[in-house]
Design a protein around this ligand. Structure first.
Ligand SMILES: *[C@@H]1O[C@H](CO)[C@@H](O)[C@H](O)[C@H]1NC(C)=O
Ligand SMILES: *[C@@H]1O[C@H](CO)[C@@H](O)[C@H](O)[C@H]1NC(C)=O
Length: 270
């Protein structure tokens, strides 16, 4: 469970059930301080002095934004309100990514669903160009402070790939009708468009770095998220994490023997 020497911790809050303990770390940055719009310019609306952004999706376009900087380590969070009602086929993505070169990526994709059914959070990890590490968790809509995915940085044997490049924070709302809900069988119903997602909290606690030559200083314990107490989950977090895996995880690549007749190495010592 150790993260040393680099950790990427991500907190996503569904902001109708805002958790007060988060306000310690959440600031009041304006969108423009840390982010810029990457696509779908006319599907983006700002509120509250650019402290809140709405992305819209219709059958012609979605929209997205990304951080201006790349980060070698950090604590990344965002308050996200997902599209309401029937959101089949609609994907709300929050991820860390480096495009070009060898691919490193940490994905959080909220997969929309039919009315009355759980939104599913799909996570994935790409390291040194290798992905295919999907896990899916049914959201019970109270996820603040509860770890849902841990990916170990195996510094001892070095057998397990780990994202070592500086990554950019990327957010988008897009049409995943061909795969996201019921394996692509439940598609976006465009008579309910536009689908809308809202985002708040544009602060980033990160160590900026050139994407092509990661800044070694980013591993320093002068950054609070690198301190030893964050290298492992504490007892409460471990209990919650195991509970989530037992009760809410509905897909795990580690146990998918059709895909992986032999489980990948990182699956053995979670
Ligand atoms: C955040 O900034 C906005 C715009 O400057 C201001 O109206 C608001 O009161 C601030 N909120 C907090 C909690 O500081
Ligand atoms: C699409 O949405 C419309 C309006 O809400 C509804 O009448 C229709 O039944 C929906 N179609 C499907 C296939 O769910």
């Amino acid at each position: 469970m150790g993260f040393h020497p680099k950790m990427l911790m991500i907190i996503i809050t569904l902001f109708e059930i805002f958790c007060s303990s988060l306000s310690d770390t959440s600031g009041n940055a304006s969108f423009d301080q840390n982010y810029y719009i990457t696509w779908g310019q006319n599907r983006v609306l700002f509120f509250r002095n650019k402290r809140e952004v709405q992305l819209s999706l219709d059958q012609y376009s979605g929209g997205g934004f990304a951080s201006k900087a790349y980060y070698g380590s950090g604590f990344f969070q965002m308050r996200i309100k997902l599209p309401a009602r029937d959101s089949s086929g609609v994907v709300t993505a929050f991820y860390l990514n480096l495009n070009g070169g060898v691919h490193d990526e940490l994905d959080f994709e909220f997969l929309g669903n039919r009315p009355g059914r759980s939104i599913i959070l799909q996570t994935n990890v790409f390291a040194n160009g290798l992905g295919g590490r999907e896990q899916r968790t049914l959201l019970w809509f109270f996820i603040d402070d509860i770890p849902i995915r841990v990916y170990k940085n195996d510094v001892v044997t070095g057998r397990i790939g780990y994202p070592h490049r500086a990554l950019q924070v990327v957010v988008s709302l897009w049409d995943g009708s061909n795969w996201a809900t019921d394996g692509g069988k439940s598609k976006a119903n465009w008579s309910n468009a536009p689908f809308q997602a809202h985002f708040q909290d544009f602060n980033i606690d990160g160590c900026p770095s050139n994407p092509n030559s990661p800044n070694k200083d980013c591993y320093s314990t002068k950054y609070w998220w690198n301190k030893k107490k964050y290298w492992h989950l504490n007892h409460r977090q471990m209990r919650d994490y195991e509970n989530v895996r037992r009760k809410y995880m509905n897909y795990d690549y580690c146990t998918d023997r059709n895909r992986y007749p032999v489980a990948p190495p990182e699956c053995h010592d979670v």
